[in-house]
Design a protein around this ligand. Sequence first.
Ligand SMILES: Cc1cc2nc3c(=O)[nH]c(=O)nc-3n(C[C@H](O)[C@H](O)[C@H](O)COP(=O)(O)OP(=O)(O)OC[C@H]3O[C@@H](n4cnc5c(N)ncnc54)[C@H](O)[C@@H]3O)c2cc1C
Length: 540
Amino acid sequence: MRGDTTRVLIAGGGVAALEAALALRALAAERVTVELLAPEPLFWYRPMSVGEPFGLGETRHFDLSELAAQAGGTFTPGALLAVDASQRRARTSGGEIDYDLLLVATGAVPQPAVPGALTFRGPADTDRVRELLDRVDAGRIGRLAFVIPAGAIWTLPAYELALMTAAHVEGRGVDLVLLTPEREPLALFGPEATAAVESLLDERGIELRTGAYAEAYGDGALVVAGGELVAADAAIALPRLKVPRIHGIPQTVEGFIPVDAHTRVVGLRDVYAAGDVTSFPVKQGGIAAQQAEVAASAIAAAAGADLEPSPFRPVLRGLLLTGGAPRFLRREITGGFGETSVAAAEPLWWPPAKIVGRYLAPFLAGIAGVESPSATAPPAGALDIEVEVDPSAVANSYASRPPLPGERVVEDVMNADPLVVAPEDTLGELAEKLRERDAGSALVCDYGRLIGIITSRDLLRAYAERVHPSEGTAREWMTAQPLAVPPGTSLEEAGLTMSEYGFHHLPVVDDERPVGLVGLRDTVRSSVAPAARFRVGLGT
Ligand SMILES: Cc1cc2nc3c(=O)[nH]c(=O)nc-3n(C[C@H](O)[C@H](O)[C@H](O)COP(=O)(O)OP(=O)(O)OC[C@H]3O[C@@H](n4cnc5c(N)ncnc54)[C@H](O)[C@@H]3O)c2cc1C
């Protein structure tokens, strides 16, 4: 604290960071000073990148220091690298920053998930998609595949790309196929949305393959887990999201940060997280903004504002366009910045190009008119969607493979007595326990629930950061919400999961309680489709 003012450091300069800064200005006013920290000096507004290759709108970007100033804060260039929560100190690429309250809103990094396919990450890839469309136009691509990989949880862009391509190639005899690991298309949005998008795909002649885990593309075909080949002259895939390590903060194996209902980083004092960086399984701008508002209300209350912090109740909102409507004018889609000619494709979601954020949307509208499409009435036949998201439903929306009759399962071979430690065990205590049991890893349990796994490599990471053995705890350095399998998982399935992630061991859980540990050597490698993986403690 400096005088009566609480210093809030927000790491990030995207949707969640800006929404939080604006919410703090409204809720805490002069009780807080807000400093935004981000390595890139620009804020990218990405939703329109899906339409860009089709000439429908363009991705926009804004100067972050100007946005920060208008939101009542300051901007510092740099990347958050490590956090010492006990000292309230952030280590950044530009030096150390002391804070009173920290909000981590650093987003996630898209990674190719299907080797050989064109990965569509957003603005950076619109030229490559456009080049691919040129090849379609030149008659060199007769069959194009769109791929949603396992773990890509904002699936809408894949459907939008497929539908826009269908409109682009209409009547030219180009085959389009969409592969998704979902049981049903857009399963997360509920049965009405599924039915609507199914009939849209059908109407546009797009072949749909559900429960399909595409592994790679090459030699004119996609290889699908289980060995099936799906022919295609080219493939466009969504990325898988990952988060780089931020030392001193519990993260999942993909780097996501577990938070509680008030977006506090589980087990750390005065550290919050919001947006794609959290382990909440739906990565979407609207959800990121909702989390940012929750974080801002908790931070404002901690800074002395007279309010009751509201818990996170994630809701996906929007209108799914069912296709019965007339086509849009381009200006509607581009928010007034494009031409006014009739567009050849339609958006799937209304309002198009919109990230719903209570504070961010009007803010951007005020300074640049970004959200102006919302002023236009949605077309007739749109389906109103307001779905409260249940994290466990996300895991269940993926198809899984039950073990075959007589197939050996994890329970048959697992070590039923693994080393279990407490989250508050110090690194020194942990090292002793590992040595006593001659073990390389331990399961971290809180009230009997598995919340993490910690290995001797994590101890080395902590020591390299000069953390004292009696100060650092298992909770700060563990891999949080580890991948785990139920006892009835086939050995092939467990082996595949370990190979994919480069693990040597996998916890075995029964209703979130650890019942064993299975090793890679215990399993048999095969090419059977990965089943739904259990991640314990999702969205806690
Ligand atoms: C093609 C595409 C289309 C999309 N369309 C929509 C849509 O229509 N509607 C919707 O709601 N959502 C959409 N999304 C998703 C939406 O863009 C994201 O969910 C949202 O941007 C997440 O916000 P965030 O603040 O968590 O992360 P981001 O917006 O990604 O921001 C992360 C910020 O953190 C900074 N950063 C990174 N590392 C560090 C570090 N170590 N230290 C400090 N700062 C760091 C980055 O520079 C950036 O400023 C789309 C995404 C894509 C890719």
